[in-house]
Design a protein around this ligand. Structure first.
Ligand SMILES: N[C@@H](CCC(=O)N[C@@H](CS)C(=O)NCC(=O)O)C(=O)O
Length: 210
């Protein structure tokens, strides 16, 4: 399998961690999807990473769909639990964690504009989503080590990736001091090999045109 990624991307990280957890061999192809010469535009009509290329299968895109495909391809360990109630709970946590990342991406892009073109209102709107989203995650975690059920699954991948994406792109938000249960959770998972091997690395992107 080949996975097209961007090195800072929390969405690509979901697929990378799931592949490592399932011990599936894969090759990473690093792209910068925001730049004009991105590989992705010819493969995904939405121009986004991650994209999974597997044998003669059509290219698969969107992290949720890719991880679901990996669960069909190699069920153990399962990333999306089978029990309907757990499955829905996991997807809800995924939606919030991914939504926090979406808001961070939008602020990051807005800040690539010249200062006179940036919208403070737009940035504020996204910041509220980040703060409220992380509070929701903290409230749902309580003092547990796993978000849903008693073992590791996609909800943990999403939240862990989201927290480290905040550290990379929105570090003014000191989530550790505001949400000690999330810090404890982060400490519990930080030595996991699949997380250590996929630490986000910043890329420099071409600025948006005004
Ligand atoms: N919902 C998508 C989001 C993917 C996404 O937004 N990827 C970003 C990189 S972090 C991207 O490729 N953006 C390029 C663009 O929007 O043009 C997923 O979960 O895979």
């Amino acid at each position: 399998m080949k996975l097209i990624i961007a090195s800072p991307s929390p969405y690509a990280r979901k697929a990378r961690v799931a592949l490592l957890e399932k011990k599936i061999d894969f090759e990473e192809i690093i792209d910068i999807p925001w730049n004009k010469n991105t590989l992705t535009k010819d493969i995904n009509p939405l121009g986004k990473i991650p994209v999974l290329l597997h044998n003669n299968h059509k290219p698969l895109f969107d992290s949720k769909l890719i991880v679901q495909y990996l669960d069909y391809y190699k069920p153990q360990p399962l990333m999306y639990p089978e029990k309907p109630e757990e499955n829905i709970s996991v997807r809800l946590i995924e939606t919030v964690a991914d939504g926090v990342c979406d808001a961070i991406v939008l602020i990051f892009l807005e800040n690539t504009r010249k200062e006179m073109f940036r919208s403070k209102d737009w940035i504020k709107r996204q910041e509220i989503k980040i703060f409220e989203g992380v509070k929701y995650l903290s409230d749902h975690l309580k003092d547990r080590n796993y978000f849903v059920g008693s073992s590791f699954n996609i909800s943990d991948i999403c939240v862990y990736s989201c927290l480290e994406y905040i550290d990379l792109r929105f570090y003014k938000f000191e989530w550790r001091s505001q949400f000690p249960n999330l810090e404890k959770y982060w400490m519990f998972h930080k030595d996991r090999q699949s997380f250590k091997k996929t630490k986000p690395i910043a890329q420099t992107i071409e600025p948006l045109e005004d």
